[in-house]
Write a protein that binds this ligand. Structure first.
Ligand code: GLY
Ligand code: MN
Length: 379
């Protein structure tokens, strides 16, 4: 029962922050803590109970979910009117005084309204050491726990990685001169569902020729030409968990400039994967890729980070990026899963990106996606 261990871990952080309660409003965090998959809900984590609040639409499903856990650790409460009124009511009943909220996810208007409601209509802001209950901003408490995947999450993402790799190995079936980017994207989306994913993890990218030099292009009606590089970036959600993979397919012989970009990006990818092991900071992994591209004169052509965590969301912590004020850069640990996706984008020449998903292991990393890194189609 993975969720019980997750609840305990988060509860320890909540306790360490001297909070009486923790209100979780971000749906992926609610799913992580309870397994609940509805489109609305809230969790109030108390010292002895985890209260899953749902509205009328989800009561039966939530009760069945909690019953299947065969533990009293989670209880379901039905929201009669609004979520915020029900949360405030519960916090009052439990006499909570210092109440953590997820600062990244609770809007300012909800924060102000709930604060004022808790204080019996007193104006905000309230003082944390004052006589009335107060909402306290917290930062990434559940997200920090989510960075380290447990065994069931690892197995799910591994399976997702196998399935998305199966599609990547068949890219020749999708890519050909004369085909349109948007047709190929639609076929990839169908293949993703056909492979057992519930949906694509994000809008599939198919970017050919000049469009390949746009790092996050949208598929257009452009037809593929001989000589194009075509970036195909696609992912799926498998049992709630995202996987993400990019390959660049070359149609016919590349120009010399493009050939050098392929070589540089492949080396950058290899260098970054080789740098992944416990204790290494994300900025060091990023630098492993970036340095290679700089050496090839492509530093300016690589304008994004080297990777991002994947899990219940397509972009999560850790961010594998340059060191930057305010961005966490704590060393990676076993159980973290993130992408390695260096790229280089040169207007008028083309773009190349190679993306794989890696799991940090005790002494290095395991590649969760596996398909030929460079694919050339004769035309
Ligand atoms: N592969 C899509 C993204 O990372 O944004
Ligand atoms: Mn990605």
């Amino acid at each position: 029962m993975a969720v019980l261990a997750r609840i305990e871990r988060v509860r320890a952080d909540v306790h360490a922050a001297s909070l009486d309660a923790f209100v979780v409003t971000h749906l992926p965090n609610i799913r992580y803590l309870t397994g609940f998959t509805g489109t609305a809900g809230a969790v109030v984590l108390l010292p002895d109970t985890c209260v899953l609040m749902v509205d009328f639409r989800y009561v039966t499903a939530a009760q069945a979910l909690v019953a299947s856990l065969q533990t009293g650790a989670i209880v379901v409460e039905t929201v009669p009117n609004t979520y915020d009124a029900a949360i405030v009511d519960l916090l009052r009943r439990e006499s909570c005084r210092r109440i953590g909220i997820e600062a990244a996810w609770l809007s300012v208007s909800r924060f102000n309204a709930m604060s004022s409601d808790l204080a019996g209509g007193a104006p905000t802001p309230l003082r944390a050491d004052g006589p009335t209950p107060v909402l306290v901003a917290t930062d990434r408490i559940v997200e920090r726990a989510r960075m380290i995947k447990d065994l069931s999450e690892i197995e799910t993402i591994r399976e997702g990685g196998r399935r998305i790799s199966g599609i990547a190995r068949r890219l020749r079936d999708f890519v050909a001169v004369g085909r349109r980017e948007d047709e190929i994207a639609a076929e990839l989306d169908a293949a993703i569902r056909g492979a057992g994913f519930s949906r694509p993890a994000f809008d599939t990218i198919v970017a050919s020729g000049p469009n390949s030099a746009l790092p996050h292009a949208r598929p257009t009606e452009r037809r593929l030409h001989a000589g194009d590089s075509t970036v195909l970036d696609f992912g799926g959600v498998y049992d709630g968990y995202c996987v993400d993979l990019t390959r660049t397919v070359q149609l016919g012989a590349p120009s010399e400039a493009l050939r050098q970009i392929y070589e540089a990006v492949a080396r950058a990818h290899q260098a970054a994967v080789a740098a992944v092991r416990p204790g290494v900071r994300p900025s060091v992994i990023d630098a492993a890729a970036r340095d290679v591209l700089v050496q090839h004169g492509l530093g300016e052509a690589f304008g994004h980070g080297t990777g991002h965590g994947i899990g219940l969301e397509i972009h999560e912590d850790p961010r594998i990026a340059r060191e930057s004020p305010g961005l966490p850069d704590q060393p990676v640990e076993p159980g973290m899963i993130f992408t390695i996706e260096p790229g280089a984008y040169v207007p008028d020449t083309g773009g190349v990106r190679i993306e794989d998903d890696v799991l940090v292991t005790a002494d290095g990393c395991e590649l969760l996606t596996d398909a030929p890194r460079l694919m050339m189609i004769d035309v």
